[in-house]
Design a protein around this ligand. Sequence first.
Ligand SMILES: *Cc1c(COP(=O)(O)O)cnc(C)c1O
Length: 361
Amino acid sequence: MTDQITPQPRENVGNIPAYVPGKPPVPREGLTTFKLSSNENPYPPLPGVVEAAMSLVGQMNRYPDMGCTELYAALSRRFDVPVSDLSTATGSVALIYQILQAYCDPGDEVVYPWRSFEAYPIAITAAAANSVQVPVTATGEHDLAAMLAAITDRTKIVIVCTPNNPTGPALTQTALDAFLDRVPSHILVILDEAYVEFVRMADPVDGVATYRARRNVVVTRTFSKAYGLANFRVGYAVAPAPIAGALRAVSLPFGVSGVAQAAAVASLDAEPELLERVDALVAERDRVFAGLAEVGWDVPEAQGNFVWFGLGERSADFAAAADAAGIVVRPFAGEGVRASIGETEANDRLIEVASAFTPDM
Ligand SMILES: *Cc1c(COP(=O)(O)O)cnc(C)c1O
């Protein structure tokens, strides 16, 4: 018995890096604590969303609508895109897994910026594909020339993350178009727009217009950030029908729950309130950015709902100082700290903590 061979996972499964979730705040006596570690929306659900979700709770004994009929219809109306060009899933993380699963053979290469979204290397390794990481610039921007140069005969997918999590800058449409013009047409480009609602810049990327103009672009978006539905796990992809169809083909049956579908539809219906909240968060982000500049910080351009401190080896110290001040941020050991834009009081404390850490550069 003892010398029997046991089942072994595929060899690279052992190489999958662990996803490090943002920590919850440590309770502190006499101090309200805030979570700024997961880029969540600090607002409660949009009007009508709780009611819509509650109406599905009583049907938890039934499987959800596998066709996500109402959600597809709502997304189709909202973006003027045929249902055939949409795919929904349990968060845009799931969409990224599906894209990799549908398009990558073992050993295929996926080119992406780094540091970027933590789930990319996990999803790529899980799909038995190979990561080709292209360092972002000193100011946290995609190095598009280096990404083009990293494309080889084995490249199957290129990921663009705009705004880039965790560093913050977003691409211009002009830069993206010049890049896409030079990516071979057989390579699929993922345009991860998880924070698109927060972008306020000249010449912003329009993912849906980009999808309309190209046959090798898949846009992924989420209800987790601006819409405040992180707990319900729902995101969507917009892509030409053959690509969207491939994503649906590999999707988990009944993945998106009924409550999530209903909440997403109701959230799309609450567009005016959504825009108000996003505007308020953007105003807070810009206030934090300016406040940080006043205390000597030159953080990268922040186009998402977070700011990045390139603290290097001092990242853990900064996170500890934030903890002591009752705010939890997300340290990336040896690289930097990402802090989400949260409640006004939390943002004030962030500026205060940062004022004690002058930047290295
Ligand atoms: C948060 C995030 C996502 C998606 O999250 P889901 O909750 O899975 O929809 C995707 N990409 C980036 C860059 C993110 O930061």
